[in-house]
Design a protein around this ligand. Structure first.
Ligand code: HEM
Length: 528
């Protein structure tokens, strides 16, 4: 009798388990099968057109191979300070193209990645047929940095956010930021003054990270670096976590498990949203937030708040943002708005610290345009032709974003190739920037004069120069970044001569943006 009762109990438990676990299991199985089928279809279509699809491991695709190649190549720094860094930054693409030719695709889990080989196709991808592509969603547990913002939204929602945000990036508005950036740069140099007197070497990678963070905190959000510091610190931890996650394959649903890593990720996210929420709230309550005419301030946060209150005018009258959307945008701008510009400045100092003849040429130009001691103005920055050429060349050799990704949601022709729905397309920006076919035999030399007559004359193939991408999703902060970089460069050139320290170890690597693994020690000497 007791046994029969026990058996009935076990039956009930089993039935409950089947009901509770059966649903998720069937869902997981269906997801698995549909991803598997789509992957096989993509591979079949690509192979039929002569694209070599790399042999793959069952679950992980080519993830472990990629991680092994990267680890092997980047275990040692580069042997000398050459600008031909693309094979060091994206070693897996070079190694595979040597093995399989230049028309190939690899896999991250069940996602097939087709490597674009022709810059002409990039124009189709980013401009002509931009509407056929989306930004890949990526793993759901790696969305904390830019999820829900203009950098990741699609369709009408993206267009709405982009239209609102562009109000803060008109050249006329950006001119207002010049005195603020000049003041922050001058303060940094004041801090350097006694440090340099004692020890002339400064790690500019570190200094520019702080400076550019300070600039975005002040100019976009009206906060100081001290207030924004917590945001940057949390985002730094999130970057480390996401970088770790990206070297493994995501198992659907695993982000909901109460693992230590998931708990840590959720804690960082909650904390970040709370701090950003406080910054937004404080601004909403502050009378300083409004100009004398009662309107919201002109900076990025002011524009976002105006959209929240339905205070936009003209064709934008009906565009609004919720507080949650504002917080997501703030997150993205804190993140995208400083590491990129800091990367540009850091590698520009590497180039000018090793090509001192160009440094002198720039200084002469700065003296001519801005004088020896006057602070740069929005007007004077416009006349710095050589500075512009140097920044273009620096972004060519060391693009802050070395690669870009898109995903097709329907079969689409790119050049000769039909790219099947569900394929992720890799745009290998840094490889094209350093390719002799597009730039000539001196592709790897620092030669800013190639930009003397503008970008279109510098490169044989349009589309092979993409530091800020192109088309409707071109970088919204491009002009902001260039104005900032010009101010910093100009102000330092007015006061210091500099050269690369012999302690520098050449190992540029990508942690979201391109950065020198071991910092950028530069030796400064005060101009007399
Ligand atoms: C040297 C500095 C910079 C470089 C090289 C750079 C590069 C890029 C690139 C290549 C993209 C396209 C990414 C893609 O489509 O996958 C992009 C997008 C974006 N950038 Fe920048 N960026 C820089 C500075 C900035 C700054 C200073 C801000 C903000 C103040 C910013 C905000 C954004 C945003 C919001 C997007 C997404 C735009 C959209 O999808 O509509 N960037 N950037």
């Amino acid at each position: 009798m007791e046994l029969a009762e026990n058996l009935r109990f076990v039956d009930v438990i089993l039935a409950l388990l089947v009901v509770l676990l059966g649903g998720p299991l069937i869902f997981a199985l269906q997801t698995f099968l549909s991803k598997w089928k789509n992957m096989q279809r993509v591979r079949r279509i690509l192979e039929a057109q002569g694209v070599k699809c790399l042999p793959r491991q069952f679950f992980s695709g080519n993830v472990s191979e990629m991680a092994a190649i990267n680890a092997r190549t980047q275990a040692q720094p580069m042997s000398d300070v050459t600008n031909y860094v693309a094979p060091y930054v994206l070693p897996h693409l070079y190694e595979w193209s040597k093995l399989y030719g230049d028309h190939f695709a690899y896999s991250i889990g069940f996602q097939v990645r087709y490597v674009l080989r022709d810059p002409e196709q990039a124009r189709e991808l980013l401009v002509g047929k931009a509407g056929h592509f989306i930004k890949p969603k990526g793993r759901p547990d790696a969305q904390d940095l830019i999820g829900g913002s203009v950098a990741s939204l699609e369709g009408e929602k993206w267009a709405q956010h982009r239209r609102i945000l562009s109000n803060a990036f008109f050249l006329e508005k950006l001119k207002d930021m010049v005195p603020r950036v000049v003041a922050l740069t001058t303060a940094m140099m004041k801090d350097w003054e006694h440090r340099i007197a004692e020890a002339p070497t400064v790690d500019v990678a570190k200094e520019f990270r702080t400076l550019t963070a300070d600039v975005i905190a002040h100019t976009a959000f009206g906060t100081s670096y001290a207030e924004g510091k917590m945001v940057f610190e949390i985002q730094h931890k999130q970057q480390e976590l996401v970088a770790k996650l990206l070297s493994s394959v995501y198992i659907p649903g695993s982000r909901f498990l109460p693992t230590e890593q998931n708990r840590y990720r959720n804690k960082l996210n909650r904390e970040l949203r709370r701090i950003l929420g406080d910054i937004v709230q404080k601004r909403m309550e502050s009378s300083e937030a409004r100009n004398g005419d009662g309107k919201h301030a002109n900076d990025l946060l002011g524009v976002l708040l105006a959209a929240n209150k339905g205070e936009l005018h003209g064709p934008q009258k009906n565009l609004t943002l919720t507080l949650n959307e504002i917080i997501s945008e703030c997150k993205t701008f804190f993140f995208a708005g400083h590491d990129t510009t800091s990367s540009l400045l850091t590698f520009t100092f590497l180039l000018l610290g090793t090509h001192t003849e160009w440094q002198e040429r720039l200084r002469e130009e700065v003296f001519q345009v801005c004088g020896k001691t006057q602070l740069p103005t929005a007007e004077s920055l416009n006349h710095l032709k050589y500075v512009n050429m140097v920044l273009n060349e620096s972004l060519r050799l060391y693009p802050a974003a070395p690669a870009m990704f898109r995903e097709t949601y329907k079969d689409t022709q790119l050049g000769e190739t039909v790219v099947p729905a569900g394929t992720v397309i890799v745009v290998p920006i840094i490889m094209w920037h350093q390719d002799e076919r597009f730039w000539g035999l001196d592709a790897n030399e620092f030669r800013p004069d190639r930009f003397e007559e503008g970008i279109s004359k510098a490169c044989k193939v349009p589309g092979a120069y993409l530091p800020f991408s192109m088309g409707p999703r071109v970088c919204i902060g491009q002009t902001f970044a260039i104005i900032e970089a010009k101010i910093v460069l100009c102000t330092i050139l007015q006061h210091y001569r500099f050269r690369l320290s012999p302690e520098y170890v050449h190992a540029p690597m990508t942690v979201f943006t391109l950065r020198p693994k071991f910092g950028m020690p530069i030796i400064f000497e005060k101009l007399t």
